[in-house]
Design a protein around this ligand. Structure first.
Ligand SMILES: Nc1ncnc2c1ncn2[C@@H]1O[C@H](COP(=O)(O)OP(=O)(O)OP(=O)(O)O)[C@@H](O)[C@H]1O
Length: 339
């Protein structure tokens, strides 16, 4: 049987006045039914672009230049706008960033859920009412709030309602793109908990996009680490526990609560590369404390480092040594000059 989502050698470009930004530059990954993948990486590495391409909502200056996005075997890249409209929400839905979620302020939340059901199904009034009440209960909203307008909800409640909207047509795949942005920490936890419950109880296939390593470590069973438009490391929970890529090691160092070591946070020096003209060789070499001249010249392929675990580092065989050195702040202090 076909995988739920199979992305192969995906390249996405944005036209800008300074040239094409290669936001996604040769990415492949697969999501099997019921998997929960966390896509993590610093701001600007291309995470949201992947979400938009899956949903078929790239902005006008963005395009898939190469590669395929297969949903249950169908290449979404080849679908017409109207075919994609049919797939969106019914088969694949999006939980967007809470700061910019998509309710219309002039209609009640119930009416907006009802319209989504009416547009895609032939349910009777009674069936629709029952479905909406079930969705409200699933996301932890009280039924007496059904007739409220979006502005009568708190930010956290609106995001719960947004999760209900994403689930309204019982899609196979749910993409959550930074779903807790702008919410306070306690509400963030509650929202992530709800999403995880939906995954666990309904067996939904999910893709969670976030820059927060701790969120991915807590929620997801598969992890992809992105940098500069490419995947640097991919696998199960071991991606964080037994990282092979120096970038993953650097990200783990930079996050609080990520482990119980009670250590100081260490940030990765420098900034991510420009995607208008990405560096030659390994995209991370300019910030990597372990890089050599070879890294600046030759791009490392993603190779298996352990069963079900791949990493794109020429020196993955030295990972045990890197893991120890990466815990020393001095390792990350100087900008690394590569001859
Ligand atoms: N509409 C656009 N036009 C031009 N360039 C864009 C556009 N949208 C994104 N980009 C560029 O594409 C790259 C990837 O952006 P994207 O939003 O996918 O990254 P991200 O990892 O999701 O970042 P963030 O966490 O900040 O949302 C960035 O360099 C960004 O500047």
């Amino acid at each position: 049987m076909a995988s739920v989502l199979e992305i192969e050698d995906l390249h996405i470009r944005y036209k800008t006045k300074n040239g094409d930004a290669r936001a996604v530059d040769g990415i492949s990954f697969t999501l099997e039914a019921g998997e929960y993948l966390g896509l993590v990486g610093e701001s600007g590495c291309g995470k949201s672009t992947i979400a938009k391409a899956i949903m078929g909502i790239l902005p006008p200056n963005g395009r898939v230049a190469e590669g395929t996005i297969r949903f249950k075997g169908t290449n979404l890249v080849r679908l017409s706008q109207s075919e994609m409209r049919h797939t969106r929400w019914r088969d694949i839905s999006l939980i967007p960033q809470s700061a910019m979620n998509g309710f219309d302020p002039v209609y009640t939340v119930k009416r907006q859920l009802d319209e989504a059901i009416t547009a895609h199904t032939k349910m009777s009034v009674g069936e629709r009412q029952a479905r909406i009440e079930q969705l409200f209960s699933m996301v932890g909203l009280e039924a007496q709030r059904l007739d409220d307008y979006p502005h009568q909800f708190s930010g956290g409640m609106r995001q719960r309602a947004m999760i209900a909207m994403a689930m309204v047509l019982d899609p196979t795949l749910v993409v959550a793109d930074e779903p807790t942005t702008g919410l306070d920490v306690i509400v963030q936890d509650q929202i992530l908990q709800r999403i995880k419950e939906i995954h666990d109880r309904l067996g939904k296939t999910m893709l969670l996009i976030t820059h927060d390593m701790a969120v991915v470590a807590e929620n997801c069973d598969k992890i992809a680490v992105m940098y500069g438009g490419r995947i640097m490391e991919y696998g199960g929970e071991d991606v964080f526990r037994q990282a092979y890529h120096p970038y993953t090691l650097g990200l783990c160092n930079a996050f609080p609560d990520f482990d119980q070591r009670g250590r100081d946070l260490i940030s990765i020096p420098g900034v991510p590369p420009s995607l208008l003209d990405p560096p030659k060789g390994c995209r991370f070499h300019e910030r990597c404390p372990f890089a050599t001249a070879y890294c600046a010249r030759v791009e490392p392929p993603l190779l298996e480092v352990a069963p079900g675990h791949v990493a794109a580092c020429h020196y993955a065989d030295r990972a045990a040594e890197f893991r120890i050195q990466a815990q020393d702040p001095d390792t990350w202090r100087p900008a690394v000059a590569v001859a």
